[in-house]
Design a protein around this ligand. Structure first.
Ligand code: TYD
Ligand code: MG
Length: 458
């Protein structure tokens, strides 16, 4: 056996070190290093195996070895995020906050795949089989030919998979699984890593597609599924705000499809319902035009999505004014505020700024810059934009506006939802979309001056 000294592992990135420190040197996170028993070593001796690694030439791949067609579940929002369906023998991680709806999503997906003729096993380490069946009943899925197992011991799970040979295995969750070759407790980094490694390696070898569920906690206390991300082909995150019914399944890594693709669901009393037209849902509770509210025509993956930015600007009672953001990047907000102040003469010093994306959606596109700037100035000047207008465009530090990709798709989506005007940067070819007047602006200062009559007086 190799030395069995304890080692220290970062719960965020999985890096190991021989001593504890407050901050992980690999990923820079604070307070994420925990003490762990080391990985069990293999048999002593040379690491050269007797079964030699076999190589083949790329051109020698026969048609049987080429990727087989994907299986679609029939849940369009899921199939699209997977890149067009489930790839046989692929490994997928579905991460998300506890209680967000991962088990619900995957039980529904399991039922749909099973009904498509995919032999599916759902292994629950968190609930007894009877509890899973109760949930299935509530979701109206009891007639689906999904096999259930309530198991946490990795050896037992592998034995079951070996005996049953399913085409799809769902492991809910990876934090509850434990391998008896690792001495540390279930949920620890070593256990999560070992279990994920064994499961994915086994599944690849046997041609089983595998979906691992992983809880992420904000504090990073329990081993986050981050350590698993490198081992799998596809990483999906299930996001949403607890108070909202919307849930977004987002591909952050996908070897078999585009990353950044999203699927939108709504949590109902009978499980998750697909949302085929997210724009309509995200804009559904919009009232009269109000100061600080701006509709952004965004693109999520391959699909246009309209969302509403809401800003509130108020005199700050504190020496240090507040900047609070939900659904967008706070660093980006600071940049937009600085550009508005120094290029457009619209100061925000002494003012508290709150920015929110309605509906619990997260936006990461730089194309939202102009919509955010418009929301901020609109709130500050207490002047509402017309309700029939959408805005998009990237802002550079000089205050110039940059054209963004897929202008035509954005305009078409706006037109579909009844908007009549779009404000977008100059540059590039201007597509014409019937029913949408396109108002093209060159830089932020003239936009602020034209639309709000603000700025220039700082
Ligand atoms: P769950 O799938 O158990 O979350 P996770 O596996 O991510 O921890 O979902 C838990 C929440 O979903 C729970 O608070 C109740 C809610 N829910 C519904 O609103 N409707 C339903 O039909 C189901 C099954 C759950
Ligand atoms: Mg669960």
């Amino acid at each position: 056996m190799a030395k069995s000294k304890t080692q220290f592992t970062c719960t965020a990135c999985g890096a190991t070190s021989s001593k504890w420190s407050g901050r992980c040197e690999a990923c820079g996170e604070w307070n994420t290093i925990v003490e762990e028993a080391p990985f069990g070593a293999g048999p002593a001796g040379s690491s050269l195996g007797s079964a030699k690694g076999r190589t083949i030439e790329l051109s020698d791949l026969s048609t049987e070895d080429r990727p087989t067609p994907r299986t679609v579940s029939g849940v369009k929002e899921l199939d699209r995020v997977l890149g067009g369906g489930l790839v046989p023998a692929s490994a997928i991680l579905v991460g998300g906050d506890p209680g967000i709806g991962k088990s619900t999503l995957l039980l529904q997906a399991a039922a749909r795949f099973a009904r498509q003729g995919v032999k599916t096993i759902y292994v629950s380490g968190e609930e007894a089989a009877a509890q899973v069946r109760m949930r299935a009943q509530r979701l109206g899925l009891t007639q689906s030919p999904v096999m259930l197992a309530a198991e946490t011991n990795l050896r037992d799970i592998l034995t079951t998979l070996e005996a049953e040979r399913p085409q799809l295995a769902i492991i809910d969750s990876i934090q509850t699984m434990w391998s008896d070759t690792v001495t540390s407790a279930p949920g620890s980094v070593s256990q999560v890593r070992a279990a994920a490694h064994e499961l994915t390696a086994f599944a690849k070898r046997k041609g089983i597609a595998i979906i691992l569920v992983g809880h992420v906690t904000k504090e990073g206390q329990i081993a986050g599924p981050r350590v698993v991300e490198h081992m799998v082909d596809t990483v999906l995150y299930f996001e949403g705000e607890r108070g909202h019914q919307f849930r977004v399944l987002r591909a952050v890594k996908n070897r078999f499809g585009p990353a950044d693709e999203i699927g939108v669901f709504e949590m109902t009393g009978r499980g998750l319902a697909e949302v085929g037209n997210p724009s309509a849902l995200f804009l559904s509770d919009r009232g009269k035009p109000s100061p600080g509210s701006v509709v952004f025509a965004g693109i999520e993956g391959t699909r246009p999505v309209l969302v509403e930015f809401q800003a509130l600007v108020a005199p700050s009672p504190n020496p240090q004014a507040r900047r609070t953001v939900v659904g967008w990047d706070s660093g980006r907000l600071a940049m937009i505020l600085a550009v508005l102040e120094s290029r457009c003469g619209v100061p925000f010093a002494g003012l508290d700024v709150y920015l929110n994306v309605a509906g619990g959606m997260k936006v990461s596109e730089p194309a939202a810059d102009l919509a955010v700037a418009a929301a901020l100035v609109s709130a500050r000047e207490d002047a509402a934009l017309p309700a029939d207008t959408v805005i998009f465009g990237e802002i550079s530090l000089s205050g110039a506006l940059r054209a963004v990709a897929q202008t035509e798709n954005r305009l078409k989506e706006a037109q579909k939802l009844g908007f009549t005007t779009a404000i977008a940067p100059k540059g590039g070819k201007a597509p014409t979309v019937d029913g949408i007047a396109l108002n093209r602006v060159g830089d932020l200062a003239s936009f602020v001056g034209d639309v709000f009559g603000a700025g220039g007086d700082a």
